[in-house]
Design a protein around this ligand. Structure first.
Ligand SMILES: Nc1nc2c(c(=O)[nH]1)N[C@H]1C(S)=C(S)[C@@H](COP(=O)(O)OP(=O)(O)OC[C@H]3O[C@@H](n4cnc5c(N)ncnc54)[C@H](O)[C@@H]3O)O[C@H]1N2
Ligand code: MOO
Length: 401
């Protein structure tokens, strides 16, 4: 059995980064990965402007009791006149600061009588002015190549006027479920059958990472069925994920089917629980990851082993999300021959310590643990871990995106 960290590194390096990029309209770029480093082409804000609705003055013009004649009402989007001596220009949040003005008085700090503004409370000189370039300077790096684009990144690029972005082409993923006991939800079920939950689960996980799901197929436990499925999947996809049929049973035909297809097995069995029977193979120069059929095993393997591979193949700069640390809450001593990934819920206690509470049933078929868990706590192999011990925590909000 391969050591977990070694297996993780091996899988992360199993795929090639994308070689093809394309242009994508900004409004469709959510979830895509930048294929170019982008720089600021303008200062932000592009000019000094007001942070408040109020009155622009030249600070030096202020004198106790002075009433400033209102020279202009300059709404955001209008060009201000140059401020005349001892006058004020009525401005609004986002209005440009008139030439000659240096301070904005909030409208609540004064009163306008018959087109004259009297200040009741003088702010500090320079108050409420947002200065040109205080946010971003022309030439600053905005986002690095390999950044996945979310709402925040798109806001930054839109603020710079970018309408088209160079992004990598989307990774094409195919999913293959196996097992004669499985039927699709919606079909009538006989006693010996169960519903296929791994197909929708893996499709959801892949989709959440911004990859394209080309096929979600199901093969019967026969060589012919598996062979036909691999033919389609390898022709259409960059990465194939299979689930089930990878252990040691007589109907565990996935590995032989890959070899039959001309593929080669690169690794099989990792020292992790759940997930031990996971395999990595190559066919047509494409990686195939064979996930164990137990739903919680497939989920854990996807989280810690498959997601880094997908990020790498998407061209993302960060392949391994951060690992956090928390204190495990347990009433028994935990210890296994394999690195164990427990489905846990994490919460901060009053001492600001991350506490990790394990789902009471950790069997690898326990599907109800999946929507409950916020992450996986890693209990290292052959080490006794007790209540309050600090262990690595893989937060699903980071590991599944
Ligand atoms: N003698 C041994 N038996 C097993 C070993 C072993 O080392 N020696 N390993 C166990 C471990 S660990 C795991 S994990 C499983 C994995 O086996 P497979 O990957 O071959 O998976 P299957 O046998 O096909 O299925 C396992 C389990 O999961 C259910 N399943 C499969 N696909 C789906 C699906 N799409 N949706 C819902 N549920 C699914 C299947 O019905 C089985 O109950 O092997 C152990 N056995
Ligand atoms: O390691 Mo298996 O993945 O126990 O369920």
């Amino acid at each position: 059995m391969l050591d977990f960290d070694e297996a993780q590194a091996r899988l992360a390096a199993a795929g090639k980064p994308p070689s093809i990029s394309e242009s994508c309209p900004l409004h469709q770029a959510q979830g895509r990965v930048l294929a170019q480093t982008l720089f600021a082409t303008l200062d932000l804000p592009p000019a000094d402007n007001s942070a408040m609705d109020g009155y622009a003055i030249r600070y030096a013009d202020y004198a106790e009791g002075h009433r400033f004649p209102v020279q202009q009402r300059c709404y955001a989007g209008l060009a201000p006149e140059a401020l005349q001596k001892s006058k004020t220009i009525r401005i609004f949040t986002g209005s440009l600061i008139p030439e000659g003005a240096d301070t904005v008085v909030m409208q609540e700090d004064g009163e306008e009588f018959g087109n004259e503004f009297q200040i009741h409370h003088l702010p500090a000189q320079g108050a409420h002015v947002r200065h040109q370039g205080e946010d971003v300077r022309t030439g600053d790096q905005l986002l690095a190549k390999g950044t996945r684009l979310g709402a925040a990144e798109l806001a930054l690029l839109a603020s710079q006027g970018y309408a088209e972005l160079g992004v990598y082409s989307r990774l094409k993923v195919g999913i293959l479920t196996t097992g004669d006991e499985l039927i699709q939800p919606g079909q009538p079920r006989s006693a010996e059958q169960i519903y296929n939950s791994n197909g929708p689960m893996l499709a959801g996980l892949v989709n959440n990472m911004g990859a394209e799901i080309v096929h979600v197929m199901h093969a019967a436990d026969t060589e012919a069925s598996l062979d036909a499925a691999f033919g389609t999947l390898l022709a259409d996809c960059d990465l194939v994920l299979t689930v089930g049929g990878v252990s040691v049973g007589e109907k565990d035909l996935v590995k032989p089917a890959i070899e039959q297809f001309g593929g080669t097995l690169d690794m099989w069995r990792v020292c992790m629980k759940p997930g031990k029977p996971v395999a990595l193979a190559y066919a047509n120069d494409k990686p195939i990851v064979c996930l164990p059929g137990n739903p919680a095993s497939a989920f854990a393997v996807f989280t810690v082993l498959v997601s880094p591979l997908i990020r790498g193949m998407q061209g993302r700069a960060q392949v391994f999300p951060d690992i956090q640390f928390g204190r495990i809450a347990t009433d028994k001593v935990l210890c296994d021959k394999r690195d164990e990934f427990l489905r846990v819920q994490a919460c901060y206690n009053a001492q600001a310590t991350l506490e990790l509470h394990a789902f009471p049933k950790q069997g690898s078929g326990v599907i109800s643990s999946l929507p409950w868990a916020s992450g996986l706590a890693r209990i290292p192999a052959n080490i006794q871990v007790g209540n309050g011990d600090v262990v690595p925590y893989y937060d699903l909000r980071h590991w599944l995106v």
